[in-house]
Write a protein that binds this ligand. Structure first.
Ligand code: TYC
Length: 118
């Protein structure tokens, strides 16, 4: 549900000033903000050169996967070409992508990591 704030005319008399000092004739009504943040999938892409063990390590180190979860995701990417490592808010997803890309580059691996809005 979208957040809304709106002004409405004050009550019947429209007197010069409210008791709490607000401007006469105006009353601010605000609904609680319950807007959920946009979410982004962080994806790993397959390539022909990055060792499987390196990808498993990336999933353990940056996405807190255990060995079995990491192996499942790595094999999914290997077979299907792309796979989801996790779903995060924009800033966290961006950080994950940067961490993986920096780590891959530092280790001279062509591994690619991207983010995509859900
Ligand atoms: N295809 C790679 C290989 O056979 C393994 C691999 C899996 C690479 C997942 C990248 O995101 C990846 N060594």
């Amino acid at each position: 549900m979208k957040n809304t704030s709106f002004f409405v005319r004050a009550g019947a008399d429209d007197g010069p000033e409210e008791q709490d000092g607000r401007q006469a004739g105006l009353l601010l009504k605000t609904r609680p903000k319950n807007k959920k943040p946009a979410l982004y999938k962080v994806l790993l892409l397959n390539d022909d050169y990055t060792p499987m063990e390196f990808v498993v390590h990336v999933l353990e180190r940056f996405f807190s996967k255990n060995r079995m979860e990491a192996t499942d995701i790595m094999m999914h990417v290997h077979r299907r070409g792309v796979g989801v490592c996790g779903v995060y808010t924009h800033e966290i997803a961006e950080t994950k992508v940067t961490q993986v890309m920096d780590f891959a580059r530092a280790n001279e691996q062509p591994l690619q990591c991207v983010m995509e809005e859900e």
